[in-house]
Design a protein around this ligand. Structure first.
Ligand code: GLN
Ligand code: ZN
Length: 761
């Protein structure tokens, strides 16, 4: 018997984001669903073959693939399709369960992205108008999942058999896989009650009704020959009500029973946790939960190792999957340190009860380093993406089974990389260390209170009630991307490129003036994206060519790699802001990612400055006990003149629970994403925000044009909780993913609504 290597999930976009391209082509009607599914099948096959045959991984996942989101997949699979989508798309319930194609695919994407069917007679109001379901951050990652909705009268039914299809598909290529499913308890806990549910309803109350569908899933997989199933229960790392212990017990007893009944061969049920420490909830699992395997994240929470090991030791058959390769960063693992952990697990449990795995699904890591031909070789040598991380897992497993000498050369090379990264002069910049020392308390506070600042600002800007603005970016069209690519290739000169950008800025400002927007933005056309653009102008950052990580649906981001002290050699946005301000009499809002450049913009006469902090909530620790330290660290900002109006913007912030810290940032205006979370923060009893606030009035992530009625409705809701003179009217995020005509119509409606409310007393 030997140690096994496993993966928990592979990034699904493809080495060249093939999935993104194909899904988007399908959405825009350029390819049929069968063309989409053909590409999808090829991608899945490639990923299985890569992991199993090329990299030599023992346990390869299936059903980790998704066309949009794995939580949506699971909700869809068990038939949690809200009535409003059902009514439009699903006429005949008898067709279920089926593959995700045709009508089912339309339903699925409508839930993910919303759906709008315009009437043919040229009237502006659509005949069908469905919003997308709420999207929320996946724990403390930058991935966003679709929040399942559950009704008190919810009936579950196996609706889609993608889990089975994928398993069988892999098998047809001779590859045995371990299907991955979001576990039943986490599925309910991650979901929310549908809008008109009674206040005392919580989705977890539906567990009894949900379990038969999961039993059916286990049965079908068992009959198809599955030997093990991975149930993801990440909620186990959160603060949980002790009553949920019963829910876990009920669920996993039933699933284990279903597995036994359906197959003469034993089927292993692996409970998978990640992103944190399970020790506070250890009594949920030990000694009685009838599972065969447990996965723990030892990168995020190494402190749980001893405790879990000794609990596992007493459980005579339990396999422990040790997550020792970081599934969320891009750095090489110190193989020597990781091997010590493998050895320790083997010493306690024996080789046949240890599985070596990434800390979590590799969904959060780019595909592979192969495409990175432009990176500084020294920096590149410190990196490992998904493919390289699987190699590390396979190496550690080999070392565990055949002795450390069996990986001698690889280990030596690895230790050299780890050592140079520790000592490289690329990482330590004395100028930065000096500046850090000079920070004092006065530098991080505003000089006057908000009321005083407001009066002075109002004298200058003379903004009406319900002032309108946008969050910064305007459509990044194919043309903009083409011009940038041409400039980067050297096909057009800096001058030609600047001229092009300036024309876009002009067009953008004209559109805002035409639609009577009060505070103008320049549109961010010069920026690839808000992070990459700044990172490229700072030292200590590296950028990959192809290091894409899925953010939500088909959207990917290329996170910059911070390898050393960050330093800004010269101003980044001042010229563009000055140019844009010269084109309009209205105030122009300068646009920054992070506060480094505020005083330079102020000096250049830009008096409204937005500092984007979309990721503030993202970094928030999963356990409440760690919040204070994080928030103290993150919200201190910089001091500017009273007459400079500081805006900040945050996305996907379930932020009513950190409102105190956000208030302490003391931004004059905060704009926030909210339209996909239904103004939830306003519902929180204690919600107040001391300064001005613009909760997004429509969802920019969907191509549908928001109607005036729906925006009026939102504004009315806001007025119930917020002071009339504290509300800004704005979309919920930047408009870069939209088309010009969509932006034009949406902003027109938005301004109309603001104007209407100004005239109402
Ligand atoms: N200013 C940025 C934009 O409009 C903000 C983006 C974001 O919040 N993610 O694109
Ligand atoms: Zn945003």
């Amino acid at each position: 018997m030997r140690v096994l290597s496993a993966n928990l999930g592979f990034p699904r976009m493809g080495a060249n984001r093939e999935l993104k391209r194909q899904v988007e082509a399908f959405w825009s009607g350029k390819v049929t669903d069968s063309a989409l599914l053909k590409v999808v099948n090829e991608l899945r096959k490639d990923h299985w073959v890569l992991q199993k045959n090329q990299l030599g991984l023992d346990i390869v996942p299936s059903n980790d693939f998704s066309l949009y989101d794995q939580v949506l997949d699971q909700a869809f699979t068990v038939g949690a399709i809200p009535k409003r989508y059902r009514d439009v798309f699903i006429k005949n319930d008898d067709l279920l369960p089926s593959a995700l194609e045709g009508n089912m695919l339309s339903t699925y994407f409508a839930m993910a992205r919303g759906y709008q069917q315009l009437s043919t007679e040229g009237s502006n109001s659509p005949v069908i108008d469905l919003g997308a379901m709420e999207m929320k951050k996946w724990f403390d990652t930058n991935y966003h999942y679709i929040v399942p909705e559950f009704d008190p009268t919810q009936q579950f039914k196996l609706t889609c058999n993608k889990f089975l299809e994928e398993y069988k598909q892999a098998k047809s290529f001779g590859i045995e896989t371990r299907p991955v499913l979001i576990g039943p308890v986490s599925l309910l806990l991650l979901g929310k009650a549908s809008p008109n549910s009674p206040a005392d309803f919580a989705p977890i109350q539906l567990l009894e009704r949900l379990l038969p569908v999961y039993e059916e899933i286990v049965k079908q997989l068992a009959e198809a020959g599955t030997r093990s199933i991975q149930f993801d229960e990440p909620c186990l790392v959160q603060d949980l009500d002790s009553k949920l212990s019963q829910s876990y017990h009920e669920a996993y007893s039933r699933l284990s029973m279903a597995a036994k009944k359906s197959s003469a061969e034993p089927i292993k049920i692996q409970l998978t946790t990640y992103f944190g420490n399970i020790v506070p909830n250890l009594s949920f699992i030990f000694p009685n939960l009838p599972i065969d395997g447990l996965h723990i994240d030892l990168v995020r929470a190494p402190q749980q190792f001893e405790t879990v090991l000794s609990a596992a030791e007493k459980h005579p058959t339990l396999q422990l999957s040790i997550g020792i390769i970081n599934g969320r960063n891009i750095w090489k693992t110190d193989l020597s340190a990781a091997f010590d952990m493998v050895k320790k697990a083997v010493a306690v449990l024996g080789a046949d009860r240890v599985i070596v795995a990434p800390s979590c699904s590799l969904l959060h890591t780019p595909h592979s380093l192969d495409a990175e031909t432009g990176l500084n070789p020294e920096v590149k040598d410190w990196l490992a993406f998904s493919v390289e991380k699987i190699k590390e897992i396979v190496l550690l497993t080999k070392a565990a089974n055949n002795g450390i000498d069996s990986i001698k050369d690889e280990l030596e090379a690895n230790q050299r990389s780890i050592q140079t990264r520790r000592t490289s002069p690329k990482i330590h910049n004395p100028a930065v260390q000096e500046r850090l020392k000079s920070i004092d308390h006065d530098m991080i506070r505003r000089r006057s209170t908000f009321d005083k600042r407001w009066e002075k600002q109002q004298e200058i800007f003379k903004l009406p009630d319900f002032p309108t603005t946008t969050i910064g970016s305007f459509p990044q069209t194919g043309e903009v991307r083409k011009a940038r690519a041409a400039f980067k290739r050297g096909d057009i000169s800096q001058e030609e490129y600047n001229k092009f950008i300036n024309e876009e800025i002009k067009k953008c400002i004209q559109l805002q003036e035409k639609n009577d927007i009060d505070v103008i933005v320049h549109g961010e056309f010069e920026r690839t994206d808000m992070v990459e653009f700044f990172g490229e102008h700072l030292e200590g950052y590296a950028f990959t060519k192809n290091g894409w990580v899925q953010s939500y649906g088909s959207r990917c981001v290329k996170p910059p790699i911070i390898y050393g002290d960050v330093y800004r050699p010269k101003p980044i946005t001042v010229e563009v802001a000055k140019y844009a301000q010269s084109l309009t009499k209205k105030p122009l809002k300068g646009m920054l990612t992070g506060p480094d450049e505020v005083t330079d913009l102020e000096a250049a006469g830009i008096n409204i400055i937005q500092i984007d902090e979309p990721a503030l909530r993202e970094g928030l620790p999963l356990r409440h006990s760690e919040w204070k330290e994080y928030l103290d660290w993150s919200v201190d900002c910089c001091s500017v003149a009273d007459t400079t109006q500081i805006h900040t913007h945050m996305c996907y912030s379930d932020f009513y629970d950190i409102i105190d810290a956000i208030s302490r940032m003391d931004a004059d205006v905060i704009t926030i994403e909210n339209s996909r979370s239904d103004l939830k923060f306003l519902g929180a009893e204690s919600f107040t925000y001391p300064n001005e606030i613009g909760p997004g009035i429509y969802d920019i992530h969907s191509p549908r044009i928001p109607s005036q009625e729906e925006m009026e409705h939102r504004l009315k809701e806001m007025l119930k909780r917020l002071k009339r003179n504290s509300i800004w009217v704005n979309p919920d995020c930047g408009l870069k993913t939209r088309k010009w005509n969509e932006v034009d119509l949406a902003l027109k409606n938005m301004t109309e609504v603001a104007k209407k409310f100004r005239t109402m007393g």
